[in-house]
Write a protein that binds this ligand. Sequence first.
Ligand code: AMP
Ligand code: ZN
Length: 112
Amino acid sequence: MNDCIFCKIINREIPSTIVYEDDLVIAFEDISAQAPVHTLVVPKKHIKNVLELEDPQLMAAVFNAIRKVANSKGVDESGFRLIANTGDAACQTVKHLHFHILGGKQLTEKMD
Ligand code: AMP
Ligand code: ZN
């Protein structure tokens, strides 16, 4: 996936602030943070969206990384929002599966 910006981050072709990494998953800071904590958790394999996340080992690795990032960012106690925009109606702009971890402030009830 030559044109994928997240594959380029994973391959260190473009810079990012990486906060967690293991064999299967990477997490880095969103370049346009919408909250004091805004980290993206991304499988290293190029998967388009959550509907293509079929591999149980990768699923487990993604959620393990989400827990690790939530802990290290200090939002485990306070709470955070986990978002996976999927497809055009949800305004998914990067077509490589990613989970947004948003927190560090009181978020609103608004989900749209
Ligand atoms: P989505 O709309 O769910 O596809 O979210 C894509 C997210 O990727 C947005 O929040 C962007 O700010 C973020 N993003 C785009 N390019 C980069 C980049 N080079 N480094 C970090 N985050 C990025
Ligand atoms: Zn990709």
